[in-house]
Design a protein around this ligand. Structure first.
Ligand SMILES: Cc1cc2nc3c(=O)[nH]c(=O)nc-3n(C[C@H](O)[C@H](O)[C@H](O)COP(=O)(O)OP(=O)(O)OC[C@H]3O[C@@H](n4cnc5c(N)ncnc54)[C@H](O)[C@@H]3O)c2cc1C
Length: 424
């Protein structure tokens, strides 16, 4: 029997993991199209990136492919908690029961790519970089791409999977041509990537913790150690009150960081301040869809159909989990996509919508509610130890230390979500 040709648009975490899963099944030939250049050939600091934290939901999906979770773990920081830094110097440490893997989004992509290329030959799988998807025609089963040199090509497919992120072209093409109800909203959070080096001696930030610093007006910085020497992170701000627009020189940028995030500023060099000034501002979009498939041969996964704010860092975990769930559904339906696709939408949509609520309203922005949040977290840990059946863990512990469905976490903590929503 001739292998089915699956075209995957977008070689991010979801698209690359899906390729590994499909290639372990028999009967598929894969072509991945990615608009960016091969990340292995460009210097890390020239790319827009940010750290990703992977917990059980995402790790479970990686674990199913032999050796993949280990390969990713060797590139990750094993993170045992978060340190919330404060100007007073009285930092808050929030330990985690189960360590997470923290790594740069682009490093994760490179490990997934390397895995594919060492396990499959070009007859089974090809990645076409520098190819931007322009359009999809479901009637002729064709896709149009533009290469970075300006040439356009048209390709045919048996199945197509859109894993092209929050601004998905596949989703937009469906919304234009068929009834495909989806909503995309650009939220007020925007960010710039930050790269710092730890000094050999002197002030060092703990290498096994995420470091966050939250200020008023939603201005915050998050840093994740990459080994002992480097910290990658993001400076997040409200695009409507962007404090950086008034900064014009590297010296102004450096003193802005030193003033607002003193401990982090100590690690910033003038060169990094200059680079930070010129790095582009990235916007964050959220996406909510009522269906994740169209017909019997078009599927969308990950951010393309359920991008969420980065507030609780679950988007990638959920995208990887999509792939794991889809693989189980293919098992149950013996690779009959006409049955598998509606089942996938049915199973994943409630999870995606619950994740959206949790991402928007788990962590409060109001100072008093932050204090209550930390109090609830601590109290529930104590009472849960004594009465595990009666007192559930607080929602952050269920999100980060368990693989409970997001819909169940939301159901257990709906009253907290409602309280944060009312205060927003
Ligand atoms: C600041 C920040 C911090 C985050 N932290 C976390 C975290 O700690 N934990 C977590 O789980 N999640 C986190 N996330 C979310 C996470 O990054 C995403 O959910 C995840 O990357 C989604 O994977 P994806 O493969 O679906 O999409 P993406 O990673 O967006 O990949 C999509 C790919 O498609 C390509 N593409 C797009 N359009 C086209 C086109 N027209 N043609 C061809 N290719 C195209 C893109 O170049 C990209 O490579 C964070 C996000 C942000 C912004």
């Amino acid at each position: 029997m001739v292998d089915k040709h699956v075209v995957i648009v977008g070689a991010g975490p979801a698209g690359l993991l899906l390729a590994s899963y499909l290639l372990r099944r028999s009967g598929y030939r894969i072509t991945l199209y990615e608009q960016r250049s091969d990340l292995r050939l460009t210097p890390p600091s020239s790319n827009r990136t940010f750290p990703i934290s992977l917990q059980e939901r995402g790790r479970q999906a990686l674990r199913e492919i032999p050796g993949l979770e280990e390969a990713i773990a060797t590139q990750s920081t094993i993170c045992t908690g978060t340190i919330m830094h404060r100007a007073s110097g009285k930092n808050r440490v929030i330990p985690r029961n189960n360590p997470s893997l923290m790594l740069d989004r682009n490093r994760l992509v490179v490990v997934l790519l390397q895995y594919l290329e060492t396990h499959y030959d070009p007859g089974q799988m090809v990645v076409q970089f520098d190819h931007q998807c322009l359009d999809l025609n479901p009637l002729t089963q064709t896709l149009k791409f533009e290469h970075a040199d300006g040439e356009t090509i048209t390709v045919t497919y048996d199945y197509i999977v859109g894993t092209d992120g929050a601004s998905s072209k596949i989703r937009a093409a469906l919304a234009d041509q068929v009834d495909f109800p989806c909503e995309q909203i650009f939220i007020s959070d925007a960010y710039k990537s930050v790269f710092l080096n730890q000094p050999e001696v002197g002030l060092k930030l703990a290498a096994d913790k995420v470091h966050t610093w939250n200020l008023a007006n939603n201005l915050r910085m998050m840093l994740v150690p990459q080994g002992d020497e480097q910290l990658n992170g993001v400076l997040i701000f409200n695009i409507d009150h962007n404090p950086i627009t008034v900064l014009n020189t590297k010296e102004e940028m450096l003193s802005f960081v030193k003033e607002n995030f003193p401990q982090f500023g100590e690690l910033m060099t003038v060169d990094e301040a200059e680079a930070l000034l010129s790095r582009p501002v990235a916007r964050v979009a959220t996406v909510r869809c009522q269906r994740f498939h169209e017909g019997s041969n078009i599927l969308l996964l990950g951010d393309a159909v359920h991008a969420v704010s980065a507030a609780i860092g679950q988007g990638c975990n959920a995208a990887l989990q999509d792939v794991w769930v889809f693989n189980q559904i293919l098992d149950r339906h013996r690779d009959d996509w006409s049955q598998a696709l509606p089942k996938f939408s049915h199973q994943r949509i409630p999870e995606a919508h619950a994740l959206r609520e949790l991402s928007d309203y788990s962590f409060p922005r109001n100072r008093w509610l932050v204090a209550e949040f930390i109090w609830r977290l601590q109290i529930s840990r104590i009472f849960h130890r004594w009465f595990p059946k009666q007192v559930p863990l607080f929602l952050f512990d269920l999100i980060f230390d368990s693989d409970r469905p997001y819909s169940e976490v939301l159901r257990l903590h709906q009253s907290w979500i409602d309280k944060v929503k009312r205060a927003s």
